[in-house]
Write a protein that binds this ligand. Structure first.
Ligand SMILES: Cc1cc2nc3c(=O)[nH]c(=O)nc-3n(C[C@H](O)[C@H](O)[C@H](O)COP(=O)(O)O)c2cc1C
Length: 358
């Protein structure tokens, strides 16, 4: 079985975009060039994570500039947009762009969501999420229904959609990443693709077994996606030198922000990543290589996926194949700068993942 491979697009782009000196000016032309490149190289689309720009205008612009091969995965927080409106936005998107939308269901952080007036704690957000996404799924499947739940009371939801019919069956797919118990339970019941950040294989194996068991208890099977950052160079030594450079160019302010404020984040997936380095900035990147080619150092300076696979193309392919052995069938990859590295990864790593072994 070949894996599906997506790239990653956010507007904060450059060689080390967490620092102003490593960030590139981007505009719509640049972002559409990136999306078109991703499509041309044979990635199946890209994750548009929550970042500087809202994903709906960005996703629409990129979908308009690309063809059927570029499927955007839009990160959406449940509860910020009324579910009926979100479903209408999704159906509009799919009608305009030929059924290419995928949702990345985001749980978010309590502090960040308060800015939007949503005051719901971590576990409670999953209860909201379960109700919210079950409504969105039914609406994007074309159903018209009344709903009375804990968070929403809807009358004739979907009745006004008229000729705005679903393009994808059975509904717009839900992808989701979360490692807490309520997150895994929500995934088991509602999502199509379970996503995780990179972790050492033995930890991931145990987590994925739990996810599969919980899904099986609901009579469901899930696809498994892995979000990884890559540092690939011609040789292993060059790749580790590139990782060293990231440590060297990162400012003390960034380390302090990331290891101070973000260390208290309530995401369990985040805490699992944080445990891999314990908040210590090493003198050389390789000091954190407790598993071959795996580097948890990214979470020292940037939020989100904190694990990179570092090495030559052959080594990185070997590691990714090991993840496939654990049942991973989807990869969301990134490397900086996103544009140049899309070429490198597209030309050196992607063909091996998309091969069909006999
Ligand atoms: C692959 C992947 C992508 C994610 N993308 C986003 C994102 O774009 N925005 C965001 O706020 N959180 C994102 N998250 C975080 C999750 O939505 C979730 O909040 C986090 O994993 C905490 O959930 P947990 O406590 O159940 O682990 C992502 C997580 C994963 C695994």
């Amino acid at each position: 079985m070949a894996s599906e491979v997506l790239w990653y697009i956010i507007p904060r782009e450059g060689a080390y975009p967490w620092e102003p000196s490593g960030r590139r000016q981007v505009d719509l032309g640049y972002l559409t060039q990136l999306a078109a490149t991703v499509e041309r190289l044979g990635f199946s689309g890209a994750l548009l994570a929550t970042d500087l720009y809202d994903v709906w205008p960005l996703g629409s612009a990129l979908a308009a500039a690309t063809g059927p091969g570029f499927k955007p995965l839009l990160a959406v927080h449940p509860g910020l947009i009324a579910p009926t409106l979100l479903a209408k936005m999704a159906l509009t998107f799919d009608n305009l762009f030929g059924g290419r939308l995928r949702f990345n269901v985001v749980n978010g952080s309590t502090t960040a969501l308060r800015e939007y007036g949503l005051d719901v704690e971590h576990d409670e957000r999953y209860a909201l999420s379960a109700e919210y996404w079950s409504i969105v799924k039914r609406l994007t499947a074309g159903e018209v229904f009344d709903h009375r739940g804990r968070f929403y009371d809807l009358k004739s939801a979907g009745a006004s959609f008229g000729d705005l019919r679903p393009v994808q069956t059975p509904h717009v797919p839900l992808w989701f990443g979360g490692s807490s118990e309520p997150g895994i339970e929500m995934a088991a019941q509602h999502v199509d693709v379970y996503l995780t950040w990179g972790e050492p294989a033995h930890l991931l194996k145990e987590k994925l077994e739990r996810v599969r068991q919980r899904a099986a208890a609901h009579g469901r099977t899930l696809r498994i996606g892995l979000r990884l950052h890559l540092i690939v160079r011609d040789t292993e030594d060059e790749a580790w030198a590139a990782a060293d450079r990231l440590l060297d160019v990162t400012s003390q302010e960034t380390y302090a922000r990331q290891l101070g404020g973000n260390a208290a984040e309530d995401g369990v997936g985040w805490q699992r990543q944080f445990r891999q380095h314990g908040g210590r900035v090493p003198a050389r990147a390789r000091e954190l290589e407790t598993h071959p080619n795996l580097w948890p150092g990214m979470s020292l300076f940037r939020p989100g996926p904190g694990t990179a696979v570092v090495g030559s193309a052959a080594q990185v392919i070997e590691r990714l194949k090991e993840y496939e052995e654990l049942g991973v069938d989807t990869f969301i990859l990134s490397a900086n700068p996103l544009l140049e590295e899309a070429y490198r990864i597209g030309e050196t790593i992607l063909p091996a993942l998309r091969e069909h072994p006999s």
